[in-house]
Design a protein around this ligand. Structure first.
Ligand SMILES: Cc1cc2nc3c(=O)[nH]c(=O)nc-3n(C[C@H](O)[C@H](O)[C@H](O)COP(=O)(O)OP(=O)(O)OC[C@H]3O[C@@H](n4cnc5c(N)ncnc54)[C@H](O)[C@@H]3O)c2cc1C
Ligand code: SF4
Length: 516
């Protein structure tokens, strides 16, 4: 069976969901193809054992690593993609992140757009995803107006820590958070199962709730769930994509359209282009630069916990403060180090995944007296850090983290701070190279087709009717969470599509009417 739409969007996460929302207001017939289903609202959403022990919502897929060993990536296939599970910390990149920045391990490359270009889209992204924060406090903040929503107040325990941090001469600032109506009857209850959990009451700002469901209220938007895009198919002249092959309910269907927007996540979008290789393009589609799948980045992230045996931590919602003092340089380093954020509360079950032989009661007693932090640094793009596809179609992810020395310095600085805050013991844990949560950079955007896959509007240099709006366009990973930048660029690309493609709307329609 064939189907006809004006635009096919592959993936419904941060990029794809936002794109569907932005195009919904046009009269284009839009199909969103999503390999997962809606996550049900159920008890298990907030059950640490279901989420962390049984890995109930995590993809069942196995990828191969650098050495060809299987691993289960920390990624989720469902409506809303990984945003369903995110901590909803929604940062703008710093102005400096858009230029070339010298790091200990090399130069973080410049973006083809500057902060001022993206700033109005950040404004829109923050409104769409209900971002709460307070401007004018964070020393690294780029120029901006007030946030659309008030910041989440610190719980008393965190307020005391913030006061101590000020006393140490640091500049803690409120974390920008996407939460819906905290304190209101149907709003966020500021619980302790947010980051890595699904919000059971749908009060988290994520793509399913803020973008996909509102878009589906329009008659021109269709969502196929449990529908996996397997291959993109070029037309006979090799100039444009004419169809996507989708596996849906055990059947292969071919969907034709004049325009395709890929947003399957940085790893899967690259894999899809590589899997779509044909006789004329054995290196994969959109790959004249040879860069498809290369320059994979994922951030360097370490979870840290400060522990005090006689100081029980009664904070419920802990994730409200950031320390950005070392973002551009450290007290003992001229190179950028990254960011420190307070994190959601660790649960005993979560901690037990690190060392399963220690009994749960011991972990529970431990985490009840701990304060949790995330320490995050930029990793740099390297050609050898890449996604490839095996002959059987499986994904292989080769990733050797770099810039580790700077990350270690930041971990040491954080330890120093936590000691000065009075914690007796500080522990740390990292998923290392298996942490795929902040995956980006596999289809980089830029002005030079020999050095990038996409143009500055995220259109393929090679294939005019292909756009990519997930995290794969990032030329550098910066050291803040990627979500808001993906959303902002998707809004920018949507505006560009509306201006450049829908201006010739009749053309789009004529070419897609009779497919079934
Ligand atoms: C636990 C966790 C916490 C996080 N916390 C934060 C945070 O606080 N702040 C932040 O900014 N970022 C956070 N992130 C990262 C953030 O979620 C991602 O950067 C963001 O979701 C990436 O957006 P995307 O559009 O690139 O991909 P995704 O949001 O992952 O969406 C990709 C979509 O494509 C679908 N898909 C994949 N392959 C196919 C296919 N072949 N056919 C059809 N559909 C397909 C997937 O099912 C998915 O729905 C977190 C991630 C995790 C896992
Ligand atoms: S209620 Fe609020 S804090 Fe709890 S999961 Fe939902 S959005 Fe997160």
């Amino acid at each position: 069976m064939k189907h006809g739409y004006d635009v096919v969007i592959v993936g419904s996460g941060a990029g794809g969901g936002t794109m569907a929302h932005a195009l919904a207001e046009t009269d284009a017939r839009i199909l969103v193809v999503e390999r997962g289903d809606f996550v049900p609202q159920e008890e298990e959403n907030w059950d640490p054992a279901a989420v962390w022990k049984e890995l109930r919502y995590q993809s069942q897929e196995r990828w191969l690593d650098e050495r060809g060993q299987e691993f289960r990536p920390y990624t989720h296939y469902n409506v809303g993609g990984n945003t369903k599970f995110w901590g909803s910390v929604l940062y703008r990149l710093r102005r400096e992140d858009f230029g070339a920045v010298e790091h200990r391990d090399g130069v973080s490359p410049a973006w083809p757009v500057d902060y001022d270009t993206l700033a109005p889209y950040y404004d829109r992204a923050e409104r769409l995803f209900h971002v709460r924060g307070q401007h004018g406090i964070d020393p690294t903040e780029p120029p901006r107006g007030p946030y659309p929503y008030e910041p989440v107040p610190h719980a008393p325990g965190m307020a005391a820590i913030v006061a101590q941090l000020h006393g140490l001469g640091l500049h803690p600032s409120p974390l920008p958070l996407g939460l819906l109506r905290p304190g209101e009857a149907d709003g966020c209850i500021l619980c302790n199962t947010c980051n890595s959990f699904v919000c059971r009451i749908h009060a988290k700002s994520e793509a399913d709730i803020c973008a996909v469901r509102p878009a589906l209220r329009r008659p021109n938007v269709t969502l196929w769930t449990n529908a996996c895009a397997r291959r993109l198919i070029m037309d006979g002249r090799g100039q444009k994509i004419e169809a996507v092959e989708v596996e849906r309910d055990g059947q292969r269907v071919r969907v034709e359209a004049p325009l395709f927007v890929l947003s399957a996540g940085a790893v899967n979008s690259a894999a899809l282009l590589l899997r779509s290789a044909d006789d004329r393009r054995p290196e994969g589609l959109a790959n004249s630069s040879g860069l498809v799948g290369r320059r994979y980045m994922a951030h360097l992230a370490t979870m840290m916990q400060g522990f005090h045996p006689f100081r029980p931590n009664d904070t419920v919602f802990q994730k409200t403060v950031a320390i950005n003092d070392f973002y551009f340089a450290g007290p003992r380093s001229k190179y950028p180090l990254g960011q420190i954020q307070s994190q959601g509360r660790t649960h005993g079950v979560m901690a037990q995944t690190a060392y399963p032989w220690i009994p749960l009661w011991a972990y529970s007693a431990w985490v009840a007296r701990g304060v949790d932090w995330l320490v995050m640094s930029e990793d740099l793009p390297r050609l050898d850090n890449r996604v490839t596809v095996q002959s059987d179609g499986r994904i292989r992810l080769r990733y050797r983290p770099n810039n580790l020395a700077s990350h270690r310095v930041l971990v040491t600085e954080t330890k120093r701070i936590l000691r000065r805050l009075g914690f007796w013991l500080i522990v740390k844990h990292s998923h290392g190279s298996k942490n795929t949560t902040h995956q980006c950079g596999t289809l980089v955007f830029g002005t030079n087709p020999r050095e990038s896959v996409l143009d500055p509007f995220c259109r393929s240099h090679d294939i005019a009717n292909l756009f990519v709006v997930d995290a794969s366009f990032f030329p550098s990973s910066a050291a803040v969470n990627p979500g808001l930048t993906i959303i902002a660029q998707a809004l920018r690309t949507a505006d560009h599509i509306k201006a450049s493609e829908f201006r010739q709307g009749s053309q789009l329609r004529e070419s897609s009417v009779v497919q079934s």
